[in-house]
Design a protein around this ligand. Structure first.
Ligand code: NAD
Ligand code: MG
Length: 388
């Protein structure tokens, strides 16, 4: 039995993790969970999975959940806040921690899990965007496995089994292009929240859905790939592939390109992170090659989707620039979701914040957290200016 700690259990990834675990009850048990405010769903999850430890966002929600759980007679300890997330992440019994909280809140619990010697199934890409060097140093020092859950990185991780690191020519990250692929700036300025949330191929949480529409998600993934695979920005290419069948590729020096194909279903990379190096018989729909005979690949449109370019620039600038990029993006996406700013304002606010907040080159964890705070303050100010 492999014991699992699940950060972000009520989210899109979290629910898919539970879906996989539900299919293999003799092999996996989720015994520690953390989530935000969705006490109703957490109660259902506690009833079904009977975890020993659960964390919620704050004391108020912890009290609510405690009284609901008491009535069921299940013996689960409830904790809350940042320390609660960390306690769940590092829960002694667990061998692997699935990091699937959204945004910057995922960083500290992921670090806590690594420091406690847990293998990591990483969905929370923001962790590596913010503090890639610190996180990967700690992965090495603790000798734990960092297993990608992001579908593109799971694909690359698998394609890398085909060759040696020194023989890699480049990594090719595929992007669906999101709901606005092929659209021009004039139209993009008018798109609504609902249109931006309607991803053509994947059903995901709200933040990553907006990131996919701006292509910032691919930008964050470029930075994630740099740290996961120890590869420079010049060796990472992004290609738009609207069908989301080829999940990413690795090209070797001899011209061979290894691709990973499959239906777009997050259960596949989640299961691989849980079972690595084995594979679970998932019994999902199978990919029919004849039905997906037409696979397109085109260059990304960096002019109409500047977020991707900004992410490459932040990666090249280094230091705390990616943390500044990430924090300002979170603020801008939140403002767009609250319908305070227009779609194209998101990348504009990220760009303005990167110019406004000075980066620190040799960063500590405190520098990262400080950069996150300063970028949020600056981005909030830019949001207010756009609102008038
Ligand atoms: P989501 O919004 O559906 O879920 C987020 C989860 O985090 C929820 O359980 C929420 O309660 C929890 N949460 C938020 N703030 C918290 C806090 N402060 N403390 C504790 N819990 C908190 O998001 P998602 O789509 O599941 O994405 C999660 C992460 O996985 C993101 O980093 C995203 O980029 C990444 N990811 C998602 C997908 C996908 O298909 N959804 C694919 C690849 C990577
Ligand atoms: Mg992805």
């Amino acid at each position: 039995m492999k014991y699992v700690s699940l950060l972000g259990s009520t989210g899109s990834i979290g629910k898919n993790v539970l879906e996989v675990v539900r299919k293999f009850p003799d092999q996996y048990k989720v015994t520690a969970m953390a989530a935000g405010r969705n006490v109703e769903l957490l109660l259902e999850q506690v009833k079904e999975f009977k975890p020993e430890l659960v964390s919620v966002i704050d004391e108020e929600h912890a009290d609510q959940l405690s009284s609901l759980i008491k009535a069921t007679g299940i013996n689960t300890k409830i904790v809350f806040g940042v320390s609660g997330n960390e306690e769940v992440a590092a829960f002694e019994k667990c061998a692997i921690t699935i990091s699937a909280i959204v945004g910057a809140a995922g960083l500290l619990p992921t670090l806590a899990a690594i420091e406690a010697g847990k293998d990591i199934g990483l969905a929370n890409k923001e962790t590596l965007v913010m503090a890639g060097r610190i996180v990967m140093d700690s992965v090495q020092r603790k000798n734990v496995a960092m297993l990608p859950v992001d579908s593109e990185h799971s694909a690359i991780f698998q394609a890398l089994h085909a060759g040696r690191k020194e023989d890699i020519h480049k990594i090719i990250l595929t992007a669906s292009g999101g709901p606005f692929h092929g659209k021009e700036t004039a139209l993009l300025n008018k798109v609504t929240r609902e249109q931006a949330l309607a991803h053509p191929n994947w059903s995901m949480g709200q933040k990553i859905s907006i990131d996919s529409a701006t292509l910032m998600n691919k930008g964050l993934e470029v930075i994630e790939a740099k740290w996961l695979f120890d590869i420079g920005p010049d060796e990472i290419e992004v290609v738009v592939h609207p069908q989301s069948i080829v999940h990413s590729l690795v090209e070797y020096h001899d011209g061979s390109i290894m691709a990973h194909l499959g239906i777009p279903d997050m259960c596949i990379p989640i299961a691989y992170a849980l079972s690595y190096p084995n594979r679970l018989p998932l019994k999902l729909d199978r990919l029919s090659l004849s039905q997906c005979a037409k696979l397109e690949f085109v260059e990304p449109d960096y002019d109409n989707f500047p977020a991707l370019r900004l992410a490459f620039e932040a990666l090249r600038a280094g230091g705390t620039s990616p943390a500044i990029l990430n924090a300002s993006n979170e603020v801008a996406v939140e403002a767009f979701l609250r319908e305070k700013i227009a779609f194209l304002d998101i990348a504009a606010i990220v760009s303005d914040t990167l110019k406004k907040v000075a980066k620190v080159d040799e960063y500590s964890l405190n520098d990262v957290l400080e950069a996150d705070t300063l970028a949020r303050v600056a981005a909030e100010k830019f949001v207010k200016e756009k609102m008038v």
